[in-house]
Design a protein around this ligand. Structure first.
Ligand code: AMP
Length: 289
């Protein structure tokens, strides 16, 4: 495995790999966990070369968000990537990605407006801009993203389609802890009580799925169940709890199998996200001792 830090070298090595065979890219912000590593393994299974980028992208953090305190664990990350089978680890710095003359922003006013877009103004402009840059720098033919950030997968797919980028966007399943909590680098911020409360996201999704399996098709009814369960767990209203169409994130009045449940909420200063595809199993999970 090679660790690359210079843009010239990164472009040279990645493009060489892209010419010789299939090159897969896994973009991350580091502080890696099994969720990230599952993307690396998925890439390993179908690509000749697997490149992983680590860049804490300032553009996708809003003012007052956790950019400064976002966990940075470069040495551990590099070791984990070696064990997961990455070929290239690409470490990027702010000045390389956004030099003084940098002037372009990629934006999707519609798909990026709701849900996370309301909670994190400008977030998806930051995501789209960095993903477009990473695609440009690395030149992958496949790029791997987690369903954990469902809205992100929709905007990134649209980016590749709209700008005719020759990249296949592959979405990998959510990796969860044994108790069901979706893995996230931000889980490290939670104390024991908050972590317990955080399980409310997955129990809310399970409750809505059970209702759907019982025949309920009203999105309003499913959303009311999500909202109720989340209020109980979080001690406050969730940021959002919605049934959406997976293709365009619109809100159907009637839910069908394949629609997505998207939930997000706050525990102290930490935001947690989760989601679930209606009509598919979720759990059972181990209960805490
Ligand atoms: P991040 O480092 O948070 O930007 O995440 C990098 C990639 O890992 C994104 O595509 C995420 O959706 C994905 N990811 C994060 N957590 C998980 C998880 N629990 N399961 C699967 N993928 C994940």
């Amino acid at each position: 495995m090679r660790v690359l830090r210079s843009l010239i070298e990164i472009k040279e090595v990645a493009r060489g790999a892209g010419r010789r065979g299939t090159l897969g890219l896994v973009p991350t912000m580091g502080a890696l966990h099994e969720g990230h590593l599952s993307l690396v393994r998925a890439a390993r299974a179908c690509c000749d070369t697997v490149a992983v980028t680590i860049f804490v992208n300032p553009l996708q953090f809003g003012p007052g968000e956790d950019f400064e305190r976002y966990p940075r664990r470069e040495e551990d990350d590099v070791a984990l990537l070696a064990s997961a089978g990455a070929d290239l680890v690409i470490l990027l710095q702010r000045e390389q990605m956004y030099p003084e003359r940098f002037a372009t922003t990629v934006s999707q006013p519609e798909l990026g407006a709701d849900y996370e877009g309301v909670q994190r103004l400008g977030h998806f402009d930051g995501v789209l801009t960095v993903v477009a840059k990473l695609f440009g720098i690395v030149g992958p033919c496949k790029a791997f993203f987690g369903q954990k950030d469902f809205q992100q997968t929709v905007v990134v797919r649209q980016l590749a389609e709209d700008l005719d980028m020759p990249v296949e966007v592959i979405v990998c399943p959510i990796v969860r802890d044994a108790d069901g909590l979706a893995l996230s680098s931000r889980n490290a911020y939670l104390d024991a009580e908050q972590r317990r409360r955080g399980l409310g996201l997955v129990t809310a999704l399970q409750a809505a799925e059970a209702l759907f399996e019982g025949g309920e098709r009203s999105s309003a009814a499913l959303e009311a169940t999500l909202d109720e369960e989340l209020r109980r767990a979080l001690g406050q209203a969730p940021d959002y709890a919605v049934v959406v169409d997976p293709s365009d994130l619109s809100r159907p009045a009637e839910a069908r199998a394949g629609c997505m449940l998207l939930v997000a909420g706050r525990l102290g200063s930490t935001r947690l996200l989760d989601n679930h595809r209606l009509g598919s199993p979720l759990g059972p999970f181990a209960t805490g001792a």
